[in-house]
Design a protein around this ligand. Structure first.
Ligand SMILES: Nc1ncnc2c1ncn2[C@@H]1O[C@H](COP(=O)(O)OP(=O)(O)O)[C@@H](O)[C@H]1O
Ligand SMILES: [Mg+2]
Length: 215
């Protein structure tokens, strides 16, 4: 399964989702490769910390930039059971390439940044990619949402998404929790971090089930 975690905005939680999903998949015994296409290399850094701390299972990670990404991904897909591509970056060469080879794309968006412009651009990119890759499914995930119960940003986001033909909204919502930052700092997923944050663990599990549904 080739999964893309992408989007044009920084700081929305792309790397956080990519590393958590990769670790969970590895915990399920799958042979998974994390592909870091962001020059900031935070996914690679996470994997390096994980190796240095000898956290098991190991999560293999490579960096790949530029136009060769499609060919590389197609080749790697024959050697790993799952590829998880973290496609943040300075421009969208990697994002566009990854959209052409991915089976499922997940686009984390912070509710505060949930603007028409971002979604319009993503909707266009997905539409173009589907011309080459008709099986691509693209899903927006609300990320870093407020944990405050009175904040209705999730409902507002659902309303906005209805206007975009090529994007659907995930029922899973990832909230802003310190556990994500602590786990990342230690090269872990929220499922592995001790003491555990059960709410973070549950919401990430829900997303995980959706991402790998049927696979
Ligand atoms: N759900 C979350 N709760 C708390 N902090 C988060 C969450 N998601 C991301 N962060 C933090 O926000 C910052 C940006 O997240 P990151 O995953 O690196 O975003 P991106 O890869 O989209 O730029 C990091 O410091 C990260 O630890
Ligand atoms: Mg990132």
């Amino acid at each position: 399964m080739i999964i893309l975690i992408g989007g044009e905005k920084g700081g929305t939680g792309k790397t956080t989702l990519a590393v958590n999903l990769a670790a969970l998949r590895a915990l399920h015994g799958r042979d998974v490769l994390l592909i870091d296409t962001d020059i900031q290399a935070s996914a690679s850094y996470w994997a390096q910390i994980r190796d240095e701390a000898a956290v098991t299972p190991r999560v293999a990670c490579i960096q790949k930039f530029g136009k060769g990404l499609q060919t590389e991904v197609r080749d790697l897909a024959t050697r790993y059971q799952d590829l998880i591509i973290d496609a943040g970056g300075r421009d969208s060469v990697e994002l566009r390439s990854a959209l052409v080879v991915a089976e499922r794309a997940f686009v984390p968006i912070q509710p505060s940044q949930f603007d028409i412009w971002t979604l319009g651009r993503m909707d266009d990119l997905v539409k173009t990619a589907q011309g080459f890759n008709p099986d691509l499914h693209a899903t927006v995930v609300i990320s870093r949402a407020s944990t405050h119960p009175s904040v209705s940003e999730v409902a507002e986001a659902r309303g906005l998404l209805a206007d975009f033909a090529h994007l659907r909204l995930s029922p899973a919502v990832i909230r802003d929790r310190i556990a994500y930052r602590k786990a990342a700092r230690d090269g872990m997923s929220v499922a592995e971090q001790k003491p555990t944050d059960p709410k973070a663990g549950e919401e990430m599990q829900a997303l995980f089930r959706e991402v790998f549904d049927g696979e």
